[in-house]
Write a protein that binds this ligand. Structure first.
Ligand code: TXA
Ligand code: MG
Length: 326
């Protein structure tokens, strides 16, 4: 029997019983549990096979509730919350002592956001506790943007995926931390840097391969979201700005290609997917993970992705594709 269901009351009952439920958000599906239940939180880490040093995001339903989670809110964090919540921005702020260390991996900060999805907002409003929810994929695998992706990963591990359709944004939230009250981007994501800068001015990107091009080890980093190998298909994946050349380098192989807007005519390509024929970056971002899921299930020898333009959500798409190649 399928674990996919639209029954919010069932989701509430499971969460109240300290069980996990996969929930839809505008970015990706999350694997959710009560932040105050040690049982639920441990089971999130176990189910995902996620190392305990990698902290979780807390999901709340209103800005007012933020006071119960964090001790201090810098002025620019308020501006960002006002501008983008509910929506794909996660703020990393000084945590209240009541927030369990298991959630924050012992850090004195906590990541928090209001997701923009009607089913999950309705769910949160009917619960007495916020939900910790990492993306609902096993550690290092492609994030899920459809209920079916979650079911394929976890049908033997969890009792329910709350069905909210395909995720509209399709890439994880942009994570923003603070250093002396100044915002810093920890993880590129579904909110474009340009939109963030329109609210808080010029902003730095920390520890990002997009900016530093440096390799990072899989140890507890400052911005643990930026582990080098992440979001990875099992099929070998290559990111290039010369797709024709890379195809030539793979004779007699089953090749899958990910393109921004233009088709390529090459008889050596087994499967090609165009992310946005109109050249619309948000549309491309929304289809990225589903495309990776599809190509990864086609027994290809290699997936070759074309580099996206280096602005707006193109930066976030390139960041994820780069991590998929590691
Ligand atoms: O869009 C999203 O953010 C999705 C949906 C479900 O909300 N969630 C998500 O969670 O992407 P997850 O666990 O896959 O990624 C959260 C990232 C982690 O890489 C973690 O290292 C980082 O947030 N993070 C959490 N708490 C942090 C903290 N206190 N300081 C720095 N980074 C933190
Ligand atoms: Mg994740």
């Amino acid at each position: 029997m399928s674990i996919i269901s639209k029954d919010i009351l069932k989701a509430i009952a499971l969460l109240n019983a300290e069980e996990l439920v996969a929930i839809p958000t505008e970015t990706v599906y999350g694997l959710a549990g009560n932040i105050y239940s040690e049982k639920a939180i441990k089971s999130i880490f176990e189910t995902k096979q996620r190392p305990f040093f990698n902290p979780l995001i807390v999901h709340i339903s209103s800005k007012e509730y933020l006071e119960n989670i964090v001790d201090y809110i810098p002025e620019k964090a308020k501006l960002l919350a006002d501008a983008f919540w509910p929506g794909p921005i996660t703020l990393v702020l000084k945590k209240k002592t009541t927030i369990p260390d298991l959630i924050t991996a012992g850090k004195d900060t906590v990541a928090v956001r209001i997701p923009n999805h009607p089913a999950t907002l309705a769910l949160l409003k009917q619960l007495d506790f916020p939900l910790a929810a990492p993306s609902a994929n096993p550690f290092n695998r492609i994030s899920p943007t459809k209920a079916e992706h979650v079911e394929a990963y976890f049908k033997d591990n969890i009792k329910m995926v709350l069905d909210g359709g395909a995720c509209k944004s399709g890439i994880e939230s942009t994570i923003i931390g603070f250093d002396n009250d100044e915002p810093i981007i920890y993880r590129l994501g579904s909110t474009a840097i340009e939109d963030i800068e329109a609210v808080v001015g010029k902003i730095k990107v920390k520890n990002s391969t997009a900016e530093l091009g440096q390799s990072q080890k899989e140890v507890s980093p400052d911005a643990p979201g930026m582990l080098e190998r992440h979001y990875a298909p099992r099929t070998k994946t290559i990111l290039t700005d010369n797709i024709i050349n890379v195809i030539k380098m793979h004779p007699n192989k089953r090749i899958g290609v990910i393109l921004f807007k233009n088709q390529i005519k090459d008889p050596n390509v087994t499967s090609q997917i165009i992310l946005s024929e109109n050249g619309d970056l948000p549309e491309a971002a929304s289809k990225l993970y589903d495309t990776l899921h599809q190509l990864d299930s086609q027994n290809l020898d290699v997936i070759i992705a074309e580099k996206f333009p280096d602005y707006g959500l193109g930066k976030s798409i390139n960041d994820r594709l780069k991590r998929a190649t590691k």
